[in-house]
Design a protein around this ligand. Structure first.
Ligand code: DGP
Length: 120
């Protein structure tokens, strides 16, 4: 797998403060912010601060501290967004997963009934 990272992708620019974002939570290893095109009442993106292109890249190469920091950010978002009734976490990945931004991000979507995951 080619996990080469493009430092000019839009989320890298957000991390460098070059593009504004609506931050929901931040720690040493992750940033969570509202999606610019929300697909539900709650739509937050959680991203690692390190240069990882995809979920599998992050799972393979991120340090334990980075992985824990990311998961703690996810937990903080779920708590602050009040998704007690449930949510969906989506990591669109490469071409088949229709990933637009080549910096790993987890969509946290909820705040309403989401229906089935894929058409049956
Ligand atoms: P995808 O790569 O297909 O998993 O989705 C990328 C998401 O990123 C998409 O839902 C829209 C969102 N997005 C793209 N550009 C920006 C931006 O500049 N700011 C924010 N907050 N979200 C963005």
């Amino acid at each position: 797998m080619d996990y080469s990272y493009d430092p000019e992708n839009i989320f890298a620019k957000i991390l460098r403060g070059e593009i504004p974002n609506y931050t929901v939570f931040e720690n040493d290893h992750a940033l969570a912010f509202r999606d610019i095109q929300p697909q539900a009442k709650v739509h937050v993106l959680v991203i690692p601060k390190g240069p990882y292109v995809s979920l599998d890249h992050f799972a393979r190469d991120a340090s334990a501290q980075e992985q824990v920091g990311f998961m703690k950010a996810l937990a903080a978002v779920c708590e602050s967004e009040g998704v007690d009734a449930g949510f969906r976490a989506i990591a669109n990945t490469r071409a088949h997963g229709v990933q637009d931004v080549p910096h790993f991000h987890l969509h946290i979507i909820g705040g309403q009934q989401l229906g089935v995951m894929l058409p049956r």
